[in-house]
Write a new protein. Structure first.
Length: 133
């Protein structure tokens, strides 16, 4: 059973690292790229775009910490999850107030929240439980 937990943690860490790298690349392209890249974003919501770009760096840091089985990485995972949910709620308020948005942002933010729910749970169950016993 411990091997399954270690494998799950490694998978979670790799997902965090890959997700972080892709998030930084796509966010950087949208924020700082050529005019065509920015135009392709359509009605992207600026605060969501900036949050996701900056969060991508935190994803990478969390992934490194998870690979190293660091307790702080568990808490960082939960902070990322909480921040993502808060931005998702702010985005929902923006949409409900009639703000322009891209439908893909809805799916992307929900996906981010779900991914971090799973990463946080796997990290807590593996790292914190191991430290107790």
């Amino acid at each position: 059973m411990a091997t399954n937990r270690k494998t799950g943690l490694l998978i979670a860490a790799i997902v965090a690292l890959a997700f972080g790298a892709l998030t930084v690349l796509s966010g950087g392209r949208a924020l700082f790229g050529a005019a065509e890249a920015r135009a392709a974003m359509g009605d992207a919501v600026p605060f969501v775009l900036w949050f996701n770009f900056m969060a991508g760096f935190a994803y990478v840091v969390a992934g490194i910490g998870l690979i190293r089985r660091q307790r702080w990485a568990v808490w960082l995972s939960f902070v990322i999850l909480a921040a993502t949910v808060l931005v998702l709620l702010a985005f929902a308020a923006h949409v409900l107030q009639g703000g322009a948005y891209e439908m893909r942002t809805v799916g992307a933010m929900i996906l981010r929240a779900v991914v971090w729910v799973f990463i946080s749970i796997v990290a807590a169950r593996t790292i914190l439980r191991t430290m107790k016993g």
